[in-house]
Structure formats: C-alpha cells, structure tokens
Design a protein around this ligand. Structure first.
Ligand code: NAP
Length: 345
C-alpha cells in the first residue's frame, strides 16, 4: 500500500474519537483524527460532568475533552480540523473526500462522528437559530439573565438545559408534549423541585416570533388535554393556542446521528441513521459491514449515549481496528511470500 495511505483515520473528536485515538496511538497506529465541524463534540456544550468515573467532584466537559486530546497527542495522535463529505468504502484503501477538497486514503476508519441536536420544526426557527433560539443552554444561557425562557422537551437534555438556564433566567418553562417526563428520576426531580422552573404539559411550540435584530420576542404554544397537540393543530383540530412573551427558546429534544456521508456506502444505517455493527444487539464488536471500518460513540448508540459508554466503545473500536490491521497485514505478507516462492525467488 502506498506511503501516503494512513493506517487509521478516526472521524470525530468527541469522547469516543479521543478514546479511540489514545488506544490507537499507544498501539503505534499513528491515527489521524478528523475533528469535524464541532471539535470535541457534545461534551463541549456541557458544564459539569458528574458521572464520569474517576472525578468525584465532577469535571467540566471542555476540560475533559482538552485533557483527552492532550493525552492522545502525547502518544502521537495527529489532529486535523476537517470533516468527511463523502466516502468510497468499496475497496482498499478506503477513500475519504474532505470538506476542504482533499482526498485521504486509509486502511482503516473509525466512525465516531456523534450526533447533532434535533430541531422542532416551529415557524421562525430557521431565521432565529442563534438569535435567541438555541440548542445549547450551556453556550447561550448566560445571554438570558433576568429573561423568561422556554425549554422544549421532556428528556434528560431538556431537564439539564432547564436547570442550567434557571441560574440566569427569571423563569424557565419546560414545554412538553405529554404529561410524563422521559428524563431519569434524579434529573426530573431536580427540575420539578426547582422554584424557577415550571412545566407546560401536553403543550408544543409551533412558532417563534422575533427578528435577527431584536432576537426572540415571543412564542406560540398549543395544548390539548390528550397531549401531542402539534399534530392536532396541523390537522386543523381544536387546540388551545397561547402567545407567550419570552426572550429565549432552547431545544432539548434529542439528537440525530451525523452519518450523511455514509448514505451511499455499504455501511448499514438504521431507520434513524445510526451506524450498525455486524453484531449490533450484543455490542460484541464495533466492526461494520465494511472491512476495515469500525464505529463508536453516540453515532452507533441510540440507547445509552453517555460519555463513559462513548469512551468505552471508542477504545473497543481502536482494539478492533488494531486486530484487523494486524490480521490483514499478516495475510498480505503471507500471500506475497507465497507468490515469491511460486516465482522461485
Ligand atoms: P430523549 O431522551 O430522546 O428525549 C427527547 C425528548 O424530546 C422527549 O421527551 C421527547 O418527547 C421530546 N421530543 C422529541 N421530539 C420532539 C418534537 N418534535 N417536539 C417536541 N418534543 C419532542 O433525548 P435526550 O433528552 O437528548 O437524551 C438522550 C440520551 O442522553 C438519554 O439516554 C439521556 O439519558 C442521555 N442524557 C443524559 C444526561 C445526563 O445524565 N446528565 C444529559 C442529557 C442526555 P416524548 O417523551 O414524548 O418522546
């Protein structure tokens, strides 16, 4: 294989990509990490991480990522601020077309591209995203001191956003489409018990008012006693419509895996775009249907999506890639020896 072919490229620099990079660099695979559009991934949008093993006092998300990158670099991993636009995974070497126009060749690839925040689909969101509408309370919460804000969602992300925003905002209203939270008990209890957090049950956000000059100025909420009012509103059924004055809206309704560049490849994706391993149920491997391609972190894990599980699958992917690279190197050496013996060299 030509010398400009990498042994291993890791796509993604969140916890999974960094953990893979530490393991792969320690195994002398000289991994190149493509950092992606959001270097460091979702942890860089989090304040304190309290459930990562080994940090009884908690650790800042950005600090954890910086330390992980430092650790990987110390063992020889290289980082490039770029992302994959398209991939040709039909043969060896694998070919990756990057956003800068460069083409990379590599024997093995670990897909650890993570997942991106979902948008609600409310009127006005395209114009107002970044102007009072946000998917990241830890990034934008401090702009809302003394404001009234909404958080959309009923899972852990929404509770975390609401709790963070309550440090700054005057009032936080969690808008949830049914009357039962999906969030873990501990997070739900913290939000329910907070004096500045209210809940708008069986309610959905259908429009956001404002402009890029003035920011968010209000929102239109719909509610219905049976829940899921948005679909009823769209179908023209009777729902209660309420206009509220708010200066900030935060989405916390989950994430979609970043796998667009894999759509036309033989990598199997599930209906929501999560990468599939050859033994998805058992988590027995990080190998995909394509030889030399492995996957780790939130992009392959729709169930757990924790920093610590991402680190775990990242290390698994590096170990799987190392084993695969060794096996294919040994196989090609044997075959070269066989050809040479047959030729009487
Ligand atoms: P999630 O658990 O899938 O929750 C998404 C929430 O948004 C659900 O309540 C859902 O409503 C609602 N939703 C989805 N689409 C909607 C739409 N179009 N309009 C209105 N509401 C919508 O996602 P998540 O909260 O991001 O959590 C994902 C995973 O990460 C979970 O395993 C979670 O435990 C973990 N996580 C952990 C922490 C932590 O421990 N600190 C923090 C964040 C996330 P329904 O309930 O009606 O479906």
């Amino acid at each position: 294989m030509s010398s400009d072919t990498h042994e291993l490229v890791i796509a993604g620099s969140g916890v999974a990509g960094l953990s893979a990079a530490v393991y792969a660099a320690r195994a002398d695979l000289d991994p190149l990490v493509l950092e992606g559009d959001e270097p460091g991934g979702q942890l860089t949008l989090t304040t304190d991480v309290e459930n990562y093993l080994g940090f009884p006092e908690g650790v800042g998300g950005i600090e954890l990522i910086q330390r992980g990158k430092e650790q990987a670099e110390q063992f020889g991993a290289e980082f490039q601020h770029d992302s994959i636009e398209a991939a040709d995974l039909d043969g060896q070497p694998l070919e990756l077309s990057l956003s800068t126009g460069e083409t990379l060749r590599t024997r093995a690839l670990i897909v650890a591209t993570g997942a991106s925040a979902r948008w609600v689909g409310a009127e006005g969101e395209d114009e107002l995203m970044g102007y009072g509408l946000s998917t990241c309370a830890t990034c934008d919460g401090a702009f809302h001191r003394g404001d009234d804000v909404l958080v959309v969602g009923g899972g852990d992300s929404a509770m975390e956003e609401a709790l963070f925003l309550a440090k700054f905002a005057d009032s936080v209203t969690v808008v949830h489409r049914r009357d039962e939270l999906r969030a873990s008990e501990i997070m739900a209890d913290r939000a329910r018990d907070h004096k500045d957090i209210e809940f708008a049950w069986k309610t959905e956000l259908v429009a956001i008012q404002g402009s890029q000059e003035d920011g968010v100025t209000g929102a239109t909420l719909v509610s219905h006693p049976d829940g899921y009012p948005g679909e009823k509103y769209e179908a023209g059924e009777d729902v209660t419509v309420e206009e509220v004055d708010v200066s900030g809206v935060f989405y916390g309704i989950g994430h979609d895996p970043d796998t667009d560049f894999l759509q036309d490849t033989p990598i199997e994706l599930d209906d929501d775009g999560y990468t599939q391993t050859t033994d998805a149920d058992a988590w027995a491997t990080t190998a995909t249907a394509v030889n030399g391609v492995f996957t780790a972190g939130d992009v392959m894990d729709r169930d757990y999506q924790q920093a610590v599980t991402a680190a775990g699958t990242g290390s698994m992917a590096a170990l799987d890639a190392e084993e695969w690279l060794e096996a294919t190197t040994a196989a090609s050496r044997d075959s070269a020896r066989q050809i040479s013996m047959e030729a009487g060299d």
